[in-house]
Design a protein around this ligand. Sequence first.
Ligand code: FAD
Length: 279
Amino acid sequence: MSSSDALPISLEFFPPKTPEGVDKLRAVRQQLYALKPEFCSVTYGAGGSTQEGTFSTVSAILAEGVPAASHFSCIGATRASVREQLAQLKGMGVKRLVALRGDLPSGYGAGGEFQHASDLVAFIRAETGDDFHIEVAAYPEVHPQAKSPDADLQAYAAKVKAGANGAITQYFYNTDAYFRFVDDAYKLGVDVPVVPGIMPITNSTQLMRFSDACGAEIPRWIRARLQSYADDSASIKAFGLDVVTDLCEQLRNGGVPGLHFYTMNQSAATLEIGARLGL
Ligand code: FAD
């Protein structure tokens, strides 16, 4: 694909917790709309902890004339609560969902009527037919709780077979893991688009913390370079832009169906990467 071909992009936000955060995110979105996203998605705290903020952010995006996807996690949820929220989302005009199991904060029992994301996808399809375009999560570097890489791939295939239209990956900095995952899924007969999730690098402490929690690998050479910059945030950002732009180039050259940016409610890095990619 040449750089002039349009590569669909999507942007992910989390629901702000304060009125100042809401204002700031509105301004960030206006800047990022320059990238002409196919849709913007809003995360959802497991156990419904952010439901109000998620739904109001989704509504704000729709009111700005941009398609919005609500993330939707099912751990700890009941069929009745999911049914009610699906009706609410439909009423709001939402047409896309990112269907997830989610992780309950420690201290919560598992509970709930859904065990895996595949149960949620099947339930959404049974209840609402084709009303929603459903994305699910994919893990090229294997979900940290998976029994084995093969079991994780089978779990991914089960989500798609339950009715998902596509997938968005956990972020990664190793394109081989992504391309192998897509090939392995294809061999199982699972060929929905798998959009790579892209995490810009702007803050090394935060990146290390997230990566330890979600099982994304930071290659040794990236980790070492980031550590060598210590608190020199200008060098971290400059290095991060080079590394992540390069990653996106490799993915684009490999023919990915799109790029999904984990914006962390910030515009600068995503905009700069978009500009360097000619998006
Ligand atoms: P699942 O697909 O259910 O998988 C979870 C684990 O169970 C895996 O180890 C899998 O191998 C295993 N498994 C699945 N099915 C079976 C089965 N039938 N038998 C045995 N094992 C099985 N979290 C949030 O709380 N809110 C968000 O908004 C959010 N957005 C995300 C967006 C993306 C693009 C991604 C990649 C992740 C997101 N997450 C979010 C994180 C996600 O909730 C966690 O990674 C969670 O631990 C797993 O969710 P899942 O939907 O992938 O679960």
